[in-house]
Design a protein around this ligand. Structure first.
Ligand SMILES: Cc1cc2nc3c(=O)[nH]c(=O)nc-3n(C[C@H](O)[C@H](O)[C@H](O)COP(=O)(O)O)c2cc1C
Ligand code: SF4
Length: 664
């Protein structure tokens, strides 16, 4: 095998940091990959396929933003680095570089230098991107919008959390014209994940009002996406137009491609969730249930308006309830809501009318639009166009075009297709032709500003939707505007964020630095902690009792306390246990005397497993305690108070997402 390095471990030819995309062919099947760096000797790219070293590839380059000029290069894989589940960084060297290919790659590299030298602003380079645009009665300051992205950052009760506010503020300050806050559920029967945002009760309005205000004062139009997940809801009896068997579990288990691209546990989780969704849908929604859900949509939109949002977006994509009604696969009803396209459109169109009725004609409403399910027997573009025309007639504010659903997203050919830049722009262009007086948003791997400008210039869409792009770098719009493209942290399409959704965990980005990740993690974990639970760690010293007494006066009466002690001895353990029980009982007496209820005080003694400090922390994490109280020893007074300073220091340093009180 060839090497890209000389004997001294240095690269034989210089490579440039680079963002771009290539289409490759390996053993007859094609793949899309994201370039990381490029030189005349070879390149590094990231991809969803686990290549092995020594493999021969054929790669197609496209020069800059030209659709025509491309060149083929032969290459050999020299190293593969697994990045995370599903995702690999691959180093290749070029094995056969024709003079033509060499010229084109040189053009890439020198093009980078030219771009870096030019002192033009983004506004000059991308005039359309930064032109204001009118949507209904709202003015967007530019053509860039944030497409909805579910993060699982709401509080556990579905209300707006500080984390959610902070993240949307950051994105709004980054220069985008409009933000669609993702996936607020219109009813309890729609909850499809942990920490999903809710808009189904008036009690959520104050939190939503804070969020809307932050987005607007940070310079963006605030839009709330409202949704009913239908059969994808994680509830006992999910609502569904018809009890139809989904195709995917069977297909998934058959497909070799999935086995290659996905790890076992990921695959299992995916299949399980499909099977789960499949098994639970045994009934068609009744007319009464349909009326109820329509009213939920109407009330949710009114709440959004009351909270100060500028507009709402109906979630008609991703295979959720509105899309389920439209799909010929999932809607097999024999009443006026199933069968012909006219009937299948009826429910979503009635939802649009209900929202109008509740929230008012002057309250703009966009539609997240499914142009193609990408499944045999599913909704396809021909019918989608007719539906779009109907939406336009009802005065929808915009159509935000998407493709694929939960059932097709993970099919290997769809996963590969979705790596391609602007993979939905073609469908958006088709919709653009049908709905001439309604703005169309194109979303889907529009990562480079030049590509976004090109989509607008070619009249494929009126607005650009960015989801992962802004998640990876909220400052993308401002960096482009200021001509600082080199500073952008480009989304690598690694889909770590998607994986988080599948695992039902708070969504993180692999491009964030560890501080941002840790910050979000801690904020959300803190919320999970039970703040009323306090653990007082005790040893066998008299000082322990004094500290407990002191703590008793500090703790609120609504809190619940566990007096916890780790036995740190090898011999005579039973006698020691008895002695410790006595001490803890005494401590309990102290707490009662400070006014605490007996039922709120627990005693727990554990034998040492790893170490005193480690065992205390393990107990705190297991019991999700909000605070730990312990005493601090000093070198001279070790064991006079609760613990030696090394133990208290260790706990202070290693405790996560809980408060630590050290009593001296
Ligand atoms: C983690 C994740 C969550 C998403 N959540 C939503 C959602 O709640 N509602 C929605 O309409 N689209 C959702 N999408 C789809 C995005 O809006 C967008 O269409 C898609 O990611 C392609 O655009 P991008 O390449 O800019 O990310 C989500 C996408 C991702 C990756
Ligand atoms: S947003 Fe981040 S985690 Fe998601 S695909 Fe892009 S780089 Fe990966």
């Amino acid at each position: 095998m060839k090497s890209a390095y000389d004997g001294g471990g240095k690269r034989k030819r210089v490579r440039k940091e680079f963002y771009g995309q290539i289409e490759g062919v390996v053993r007859g099947s094609s793949f899309y990959a994201t370039i990381q760096n490029l030189g005349l000797g070879g390149m590094c790219f990231e991809v969803h396929y686990p290549f092995r070293s020594g493999l021969d590839l054929s790669l197609m380059f496209k020069v800059f933003d030209s659709q025509q000029e491309s060149t083929e290069v032969k290459a050999e894989v020299v190293w593969v680095q697994p990045l995370q589940m599903l995702f690999y960084r691959v180093g290749v060297i070029f094995t056969d570089l024709s003079p033509e290919a060499k010229r084109i790659i040189e053009a890439y590299i020198s093009g980078l230098e030219i771009e870096a030298d030019e002192k033009v602003t983004g506004a000059e380079r991308y005039p359309l991107l930064f032109t204001p645009y009118r949507v209904s009665n709202l003015t967007f300051k530019n053509r860039l919008t944030m497409a909805p992205m579910f993060w699982g950052y709401a509080n556990e009760d579905g209300s707006v959390s500080q984390t959610l506010i902070d993240c949307y503020r950051e994105i709004a300050l980054g220069g985008v014209a409009m933000i669609v806050v993702a996936n607020a559920v219109v009813d309890r029967s729609s909850i499809m994940a942990s920490r999903v945002l809710r808009v189904d009760k008036d009690r959520f309005i104050p939190g939503l009002a804070k969020l809307a205000k932050v987005i607007k004062t940070s310079g963006a139009v605030a839009c709330l996406q409202i949704n009913h997940a239908g059969r994808w809801a994680k509830v006992n009896k999910p609502l569904s137009p018809s009890p139809v068997t989904m195709q995917v579990p069977h297909e998934l288990s058959k497909l070799d491609g999935i086995g290659m691209a996905l790890s076992d546990s990921y695959h299992r989780r995916l299949v399980n969730s499909f099977v789960f969704a499949l098994l639970r849908c045994r009934h068609s929604m009744t007319l009464e249930q349909m009326r109820y859900v329509q009213t939920c949509y109407g009330e949710a939109a009114l709440r959004a308006r009351k909270a100060g949002f500028d507009m709402v977006e109906l979630h008609g994509a991703t295979g959720y309830l509105l899309a389920q009604f439209l799909s010929p696969r999932l809607n097999t009803r024999s009443d006026g809501y199933g069968g012909s396209l006219e009937n299948r459109m009826r429910f979503p169109l009635e939802v649009v009318e209900t929202v109008r009725e509740f929230a008012g004609k002057d309250f703009p409403m966009g539609y997240r639009f499914l142009a193609d399910e990408w499944l045999a027997g599913g909704l396809h573009i021909r019918e989608a166009k007719i539906f779009a025309k109907n939406l336009e007639e009802l005065g929808i504010a915009y159509i935000s075009v998407t493709a694929g659903s939960h059932e097709s997203f993970f099919l290997p050919h769809v996963m590969n297709q979705a790596r391609k830049e602007a993979y939905v722009a073609g469908l958006a262009a088709e919709m653009r032709e049908v709905v001439s007086s309604t703005p169309v948003i194109a979303t889907g791997r529009i990562v480079r500003p030049a590509l976004a400008e090109e989509i607008l210039r070619d009249n494929k869409a009126d607005l650009i939707g960015l989801a992962r792009v802004l998640f990876a770098d909220p400052l993308w719009p401002n960096k482009v505007f200021e001509g600082r493209e080199k500073d952008i942290h480009f989304c690598r399409c690694c889909n770590e964020c998607v994986l988080c959704v599948i695992k039902d965990e708070p969504v993180m980005c692999s491009r964030w630095n560890k501080f941002k990740r840790a910050n979000i993690d801690i904020q959300l974990k803190q919320k999970r902690r039970k703040w009323e639970k306090v653990l007082i760690a005790m040893d066998d010293s008299e000082g322990s009792l004094e500290a407990v007494e002191y703590a008793g006066h500090m703790i609120g009466r609504e809190q619940r306390v566990t007096l916890f002690s780790v036995l740190d001895i090898e011999h005579g353990i039973e006698a020691a246990e008895k002695k410790r029980e006595k001490l803890l009982a005494q401590a309990k007496g102290h707490l009662k005397r400070t006014g605490m209820n007996e039922s709120d005080i627990q005693i727990k003694i554990a034998r040492k497993k790893k170490g005193v400090a480690e065992d205390i922390l393990e107990e705190v994490n297991k019991g999700e305690y909000g605070s730990i109280i312990l005493g601090k020893g000093s070198a001279s007074r070790t064991r006079q108070l609760l613990f030696s300073s090394s133990i208290s220091n260790y706990i202070v340093q290693h405790a996560r997402a809980c408060g630590v009180w050290v009593i001296d």
